[in-house]
Design a protein around this ligand. Structure first.
Ligand code: SF4
Length: 75
């Protein structure tokens, strides 16, 4: 597996990425809900795996339970 995205990475900070969706900044991102997570985001490459790629974080993995402000519900 690829190295995990750190919440302190510059891209992670700018997108508000958190490894645990329940920790998302609800003041900054009022549209966030706790049922939104990488595992049900259209960009998540990990299918049912606990971690997987996301095109916004090349060469790294995000957590299935993670979230960022580019979240797009999987159709
Ligand atoms: Fe997770 Fe989707 Fe954000 Fe990628 S775009 S980090 S899969 S919520």
């Amino acid at each position: 597996a690829a190295p995990m995205v750190a919440e302190t990475d510059a891209t992670a900070k700018s997108l508000g990425y958190v490894a645990d969706t329940t920790q998302a900044d609800s003041k900054k991102y009022p549209k966030h809900t706790k049922d939104q997570m990488c595992s049900n985001c259209a960009l998540y490459q990990g299918k049912t795996a606990p971690q997987g790629g996301c095109p916004l974080f090349p060469g790294k993995d995000v957590t299935a339970k993670g979230w960022c402000s580019a979240y797009a519900k999987k159709a």
